[in-house]
Design a protein around this ligand. Structure first.
Ligand SMILES: NC(=O)c1ccc[n+]([C@@H]2O[C@H](COP(=O)([O-])OP(=O)(O)OC[C@H]3O[C@@H](n4cnc5c(N)ncnc54)[C@H](OP(=O)(O)O)[C@@H]3O)[C@@H](O)[C@H]2O)c1
Length: 240
């Protein structure tokens, strides 16, 4: 058995049809895992499942507790879960839409709680859960307070549940700027200019790829004594 193996293990990725979640699914599969993808958009999910081949998929919105329970109900025993569901949510606290702000927290924080409650009974007291935080927990950006609050909460949820759910391990991944489809709609035609500007700022002089972040998610799945940890994959952005 190799050092990094997921042979014979079942990995569930909520938010697995794009970006970091999809890259994690690819890597997990290469390491021998059975993979289940969960996401909202059926076409996206179908496309991702076809890209990977040989995976299960289930449609559910992480923010919808009943839908998450339905999606996970018929799955075989689960070994690892990565909750990637979420997005960058902008909006000034005084003028932004309350529904948009609530949605950010409903997805990333309540979504993670819904997944925990549906998945843990299928985990036989071992394995790991990974939530998604982000750079903005440490470096909030004006006009994106809901992202900062929800990512910080997801990271704290990992620390708190690492105690409560032990010996199941619970960790968080905190990506910095990462080149994924998430930015296509948010930045539109400004995307390449923004990426270029960020690349000049960060110590490693480039953005992360989805595969860079996925590698760290796999590290968290396969490291038997790492729990309550937040792994930052941000090219050193927090330091500058
Ligand atoms: N890219 C970055 O620079 C960056 C930086 C820091 C943190 N992050 C975080 O990392 C995570 C992955 O981001 P990404 O860049 O890989 O984004 P992405 O390419 O947009 O992928 C997001 C995935 O999550 C799914 N998803 C979104 N909301 C969901 C919901 N409510 N319920 C179920 N599935 C949902 C999406 O599919 P559907 O839309 O079809 O559901 C998709 O599969 C997100 O939480 C994001 O906020 C990203």
């Amino acid at each position: 058995m190799g050092l990094f193996t997921l042979e014979g293990q079942h990995v569930v990725i909520v938010g697995g049809s794009s970006g970091i979640g999809l890259a994690t699914a690819h890597l997990a599969q290469q390491l021998g895992a059975m993979v289940t993808l969960v996401g909202r958009n059926p076409e996206r999910l179908q496309w991702a499942a076809a890209e990977l081949g040989g995976v299960r998929s289930a449609i559910a919105d992480a923010a919808d507790e009943a839908a998450i329970h339905r999606a996970l109900a018929d799955l075989p025993p689960i070994h690892h879960v990565y909750v990637a569901a979420g997005s960058f949510v902008g909006g000034d606290v005084l003028t932004g839409e309350m529904a948009t702000f609530r949605r950010a927290i409903d997805t990333r924080v309540w979504g993670a709680v819904h997944v925990v409650r549906a998945a843990v009974p299928k985990m036989s007291g071992a394995g790991s859960l990974i939530f998604t935080g982000g750079l903005s927990s440490d470096r909030p950006v004006a006009g994106a307070w809901a992202t900062a609050v929800s990512t910080a909460a997801a990271e704290q949820l990992a620390r708190a549940l690492a105690l409560e759910l032990a010996p199941i391990r619970v960790n968080a991944i905190a990506p910095g700027w990462t080149e994924t489809p998430m930015w296509n709609d948010i930045l539109g035609s400004d995307k390449q200019a923004m990426f270029g500007q960020v690349a000049t700022q960060v110590p490693v002089k480039r953005l992360s790829t989805a595969a860079d972040v996925a590698q760290a998610v796999i590290f968290l799945m396969t490291s038997p004594t790492v729990t309550g940890e937040v792994v930052h994959v941000d090219g050193g952005h927090r330091l500058v």
